[in-house]
Ligand binder design. Sequence first.
Ligand code: ADQ
Length: 459
Amino acid sequence: MSRLIVISNRVAAATGGAAGSQGGLAVALTAALREYRGLWFGWSGEVTDEFTGQITFHREDGVTTATVDLEEQDVEEYYNGYANRTLWPLFHYRIDLAEYERGFAGGYQRTNERFAETVTPLIEPDDAVWVQDYHMIPLGAELRKRGCRNRIGFFLHTPWPPRRLLLTLPEASDLVSTMFAYDVIGFHTNEWLQSFVEFVVMECGGSFADGVLRLGERQIRLIVCPIGIDCEDFAALARSDEARDTCTQMRESANGRAMMVGVDRLDYSKGLEERFLGYERFLIENPEERKEVFLLQIAPPSRGTVESYQRIRSALEGLSGRINGAHADLDWVPIRYVNQGYSRGVLAGVYRAARMALVTPLRDGMNLVAKEFVAAQDPEDPGVLILSRFAGAAVQLTDALLVNPYSAEELSDAIRTALAMSREERIRRWRTMFDNIQREDVMWWRQRFTDTLLSSVPT
Ligand code: ADQ
């Protein structure tokens, strides 16, 4: 059997931690690596004065990780620069925030070459290689330049932007051409896949038929492969002592009011300002009901060195302060805004205590919080999921209350509908969503991808 080599910017297992604190992606990839006896390669998160390519190996629970330190300049140009200030905003349709700098593009290319140079000696002839996400788009091509003839797959965790937006990236066609080094490319939804196809067909002269995209001599199999969560595990976590205690504590502090919850990294793609404005609209339009609810927004800061993230942070502080200032009363504050991370057990308890979740990104590859919320519900009395139409998860979770996150009116209406929803309807909607999340879980996702990759014909 082939070994599996997973390559991603960060290696979750290396920083792993206690059971229950790992994200679903780490769980799935760790399980795949255990099954295929492979290794997981990526950046250590550490900075070194001079790049040496020295690899640190770590073995835990049957999984080997291999990490490498980067120079400060690599981190600035590749990670904080091209990945977080160019590709992330562009791939989330925010060309107003995307920064196009030759220095970033050069550093991104150089760092991918460094990764390729370092990992190549670890790859054996029969191995299958699976590259993760937008940090590493040119990695496959760099591996090929170094003689790698293995099957190489790539999975994109973000959306793929529409052709006309991608055209704003000066090196778009070159970057896309490098992707023909891959044998299989996976996307969360057909919409992202179709945007990729349109770019290749219209800008590069490729052709597409039966899931196979061709450009010159090369061909790639494209698949839609929506990521899931470890549903059983998360549902069990929601019944654990930690979650139960949190749920009780939250219900007591809610004091009979319906809690609405939002859990997101503090990122402009997550639609937090629009969510606060939609909620404010609800407060204004429904004076008789407003004190029956409150919003708990949990948003740990991320990418704090990037200016656009500092801006969204202070914008949200201002907005929550303004809304609370305008509407709070002696015995009630409309928004509890918390900038911290919590253990998965505590999050599961918070989800279970909530009457509804507001998951309203402006654009999101998938969104796992929506799935975690559904998995954590009490089947006899589940909460309501309000979900953005523009999250990949909306394709699968059609029984959520789907909203346009840009429309404060739709958000306000959805909150009112959720509050009035009968238990029967909540149970019916929840059941359908839970069945989907259980069926297409994270193990299903990685199996679907690795099966496609392993059945592809090596280059
Ligand atoms: P993210 O943009 O990080 O992922 P998401 O899919 O929602 O977004 O995953 C966030 C994860 O972080 C969830 O597991 C959530 O529980 C956790 N989390 C959020 N806030 C937390 C807090 N305060 N404390 C602890 N944990 C917290 C990217 C893409 C998504 C895609 C995933 C997987 O942007 O679209 O779904 O990858 O492919």
